[in-house]
Design a protein. Structure first.
Length: 173
């Protein structure tokens, strides 16, 4: 009789462990679906446009007048310039003096271009940016801009709001 009682306790513990593992797997599956559905994304009503551009091939810069025509503050942009062969990340152009006192325009090195100060550019407002591109990419034919916003302290890149605009930055004209 004693052997059967000991065996009964072991079976009880095994069943308890199996039930706990089964419940854990079920809760994990349910939570995984819930958490993935709550991933932060950029709202559809984030929109930006290029109103004007001016190319300066001598300094490898392009000045863009952009406008926020969406419903949310835009905190910044990622920008690319393309010619028929290459793509260049655009960065903010900065001016500095060389040893002779001549002004040199170069990249600040940061592809994340913040705009509009602390709060970004509010809806309906715009900003003019002077951006630098690599010397490899002259005769730019297209500019692409991808905005990003800040929500709850996190940067949200707006994959659904990328705009591209054909431009004429021919160095021969």
């Amino acid at each position: 009789m004693r052997n059967k009682r000991g065996l009964s306790e072991v079976v009880g513990y095994v069943l308890l462990v199996v039930i706990a593992i089964t419940l854990s797997v079920l809760v994990y599956g349910w939570m995984k679906d819930r958490i993935l559905k709550q991933t932060a994304t950029c709202p559809d009503s984030v929109s930006i446009m290029i109103e004007e551009y001016v190319c300066d091939n001598t300094d490898n810069t392009i000045s863009l007048k952009i406008k926020n025509n969406g419903l949310f503050n835009i905190r910044g942009i990622f920008a690319k310039a393309t010619n028929s062969e290459r793509v260049s990340e655009l960065t903010r152009a900065i001016e500095r003096k060389d040893a002779n006192g001549d002004t040199i325009i170069e990249s600040d090195g940061d592809t994340e271009i913040s705009i509009g100060g602390i709060n970004g550019v509010s809806p309906g407002r715009g900003e003019v940016l002077k951006l630098y591109y690599n010397e490899d990419v002259n005769d730019i034919v297209k500019i692409s801009i991808q905005p990003f916003i800040q929500e709850d302290g996190k940067i949200l890149v707006c994959d659904n709001s990328i705009i591209s605009q054909d431009v004429d930055c021919d160095s021969t004209t």
